[in-house]
Design a protein around this ligand. Structure first.
Ligand code: SF4
Length: 176
């Protein structure tokens, strides 16, 4: 696929729609798409992209968005910083990150959001974030620029965070 696009680019100026067909499962297809589409984009070729996964189409959009962002083609949007989790984490952090990512995927407002598995280290590691969560067992805190703003029950954390991100996004959109 990479060779084909490169060969074609030597022969025509037509715009290219780039994708890796039948890329496979979420994990395998993401890696193949990152390698294939990413290489073509890094070559400066490619005008539109399509990520194809044997998964929910929402996942395809997420992968495409991250791919464009990682190559610097897309600067706007919510940048989620999440910890890798360890023995201190007592919540399903992967699910929390997934919920926030899905709810904020189409927002173009630049904002850094931290989702951390504990308060002990999460507070410091999430200090650069505009807003975020540090979880504990059964509860957690909402943080802004490393400072604790609100203490909430575990089940309230994600809805509250999404609500705050939406409020900021709407305020920024009105200003623009
Ligand atoms: S932020 Fe807390 S839970 Fe997450 S990796 Fe660091 S120490 Fe572990």
């Amino acid at each position: 696929m990479i060779r084909s696009y490169r060969l074609l680019a030597e022969q025509t100026d037509y715009p290219f729609h780039v994708g890796v067909t039948e890329a496979g499962t979420k994990m395998q297809g993401t890696v193949k798409s990152a390698a294939g589409i990413g290489t073509i984009l890094a070559d400066g070729l490619g005008d539109t992209i399509r990520v194809s996964l044997t998964a929910d189409p929402v996942e395809e959009v997420k992968v495409a968005t991250h791919l464009l962002r990682s190559l610097g083609y897309r600067k706007e949007g919510i940048d989620i910083v999440a910890c890798p989790t360890c023995g201190r984490c007592h919540v399903d952090l992967e699910k929390m990150v997934d919920q926030v990512e899905t709810a904020t995927l189409t927002m173009k407002t630049p904002m850094r959001v931290a989702i951390m598995g504990c308060v002990v280290n999460g507070l410091g590691e999430g200090a650069e974030a505009d807003i975020g969560i540090c979880s504990e067992k059964g509860h957690g805190v909402i943080i802004e620029k490393g400072e604790i703003k609100t203490r909430l029950k575990e089940e309230e954390l994600v809805p509250h965070l999404i609500g705050e991100i939406k409020k900021r996004h709407e305020a920024m959109t009105k200003k623009a």
